[in-house]
Ligand binder design. Structure first.
Ligand code: HSE
Length: 436
């Protein structure tokens, strides 16, 4: 059978990894795909840097649109990242009748609805396994492996940079800023690292996971996003003293009133497997009604782990090239006509437990005032930890763990607590999940 010609857009970390994996495993890949897959052309901004990987036999250019317009190319692999020109290139590829494989989470989260509509119109595939959790085949697992389930919830450590920072802070007591520069040097962080530490990258990935889990449109703008920049070494240590670890989680849950979509630092019990996912590793916990909880773990970034997903997508596309477009696995797991709008809950309507840290005057009755405010709102307390005041200070840190409460109620209680003359400064709040 005629070989399939790939046009690779972007020869950075993931592009280079994709070239290496496709070349090294060419024999195995052909046995799996049923025909040879060859990289015909590749584009890069800087051709000298691109030659660091083995580009022998590949036509190199700086002009990505030439590849997208080349009639000999069957599949475009977009590994440029960002929105522009990636979006224009992907849409042009589809207009030219080419299938697309992309690792671009921001593009799918923000413009996936439009891209999939065009792909459907043209009978083409757009595969995006590498967009979420790098090398973990989480898209395939949810879309196909769990297709018999009603997904109840999922929770993922889906940003390796944040997980690396939080792990280093816990294990070595290091400062946030110092660890961030190391993550950047290791090549895991986004071009703009605020995307990592402010939770935006995780929110892109959560948007995609929620869509294929629940059959809802991609709606990045509805995700509640809070990053890890406010997490202090003190909170990490207090959480640990109470038997919890702090992780940046992306959570999507089917609640009775609607869907919860949220990314925020979260205390989780240290006995959970997912609490022990450390460093840059990623993990996604998915709870299906039939299967129960399932956990997927692996490298969430890096050249070859991400290339592993890119190449799997290429093979998937090649295998189904001759199948009727109507009978392929739908882009977003559910049949396009069955994608349903469901209410996405604002964070104030979400119910969860909380870690609260207050700075209290060291005098009788202060804690009684705080617990009364909570009790009056029906908020029950699971644990209290009171520390010695730091040297030279009269205020002492008090940590409270609450049971589940609607965030709106908690906000009202926090406002009253902050107004107490014996409480200094704002109350620090971190959400808490048992993931049971
Ligand atoms: N910046 C991302 C991370 C890379 O840290 O997980 C993979 O998407």
């Amino acid at each position: 059978m005629k070989p399939i010609n790939i046009g690779l857009l972007g020869l950075g970390t993931v592009g280079g990894g994709t070239v290496s994996v496709l070349k090294r495993n060419a024999g195995e890949i052909t046995r799996r795909a049923g025909r040879e897959i060859q990289i015909r052309a590749a584009s890069a901004r800087d051709l000298e840097r691109a030659r660091i990987c083995d580009t022998e036999g590949i036509q190199l250019t700086t002009r990505s649109f030439d590849i997208v317009n080349d009639p000999d190319i069957d599949i475009i692999v977009e590994l440029i990242g960002g929105i522009s020109p990636a979006k224009e290139l992907v849409l042009a590829a589809l207009d030219n009748g080419k299938h697309v494989v992309t690792a671009n989470k921001a593009l799918i989260a923000l413009h996936g609805n439009e891209i999939f509509a065009k792909a459907r119109e043209k009978g083409l595939m757009v595969a995006f396994e590498a967009a979420v959790a790098g090398g973990i085949p989480i898209i395939k697992a949810i879309r196909e492996g769990l297709a018999g389930n009603t997904v109840e919830w999922l929770a993922g450590i889906i940003n390796g940079t944040c997980n690396f920072i939080l792990t280093e802070m816990r294990e070595k007591g290091r400062d946030f800023a110092d660890v961030l520069s190391e993550a950047q040097a290791l090549g895991y962080a986004e071009a703009d690292p605020t995307f990592d530490v402010e939770g935006i990258d995780a929110a892109h990935k959560l948007t995609i996971l929620a869509s294929i889990a629940f059959g809802i449109p991609l709606q990045f703008d509805k995700v509640y996003v809070e990053g890890i920049t406010g997490i202090t070494a003190m909170d990490v240590a207090y959480a640990e003293a109470l038997g919890y670890r702090i992780k940046l989680l992306g959570i999507a849950r089917r609640a009775p009133e609607g869907i919860e979509l949220r990314v925020h630092p979260t205390l989780i019990p240290e006995r959970r497997l997912i609490a022990n996912v450390n460093g840059v590793m990623n993990a996604v916990l998915v709870k299906g009604d039939a299967v129960g909880p399932t956990l997927y773990y692996g490298a969430g970034a890096g050249a070859e782990p991400t290339a592993s997903s890119v190449v799997a997508d290429i093979i998937d596309v090649v295998r189904t090239l001759t199948s009727d477009p109507e009978n392929r696995v739908p882009h977003l797991a559910f049949q396009p006509g069955a994608i349903a709008e469901m209410a996405i809950l604002p964070i104030t309507e979400v119910e969860t437990a909380y870690y609260l840290r207050l700075s209290a005057a060291d005098q009788p009755g202060v804690l009684a005032d705080v617990t009364r405010i909570l009790a009056n709102r029906g908020i029950s307390i699971e644990a209290i930890l009171q520390k010695e005041p730091p040297p030279g200070e009269s205020q002492l840190p008090v940590i409270l763990l609450t049971h589940k409460v609607r965030e709106r109620e908690l906000n009202a209680a926090i406002a009253l607590i902050e107004a107490l003359p014996t409480i200094g400064g704002p109350v620090k709040r971190i959400r808490m999940e048992t993931l049971g």
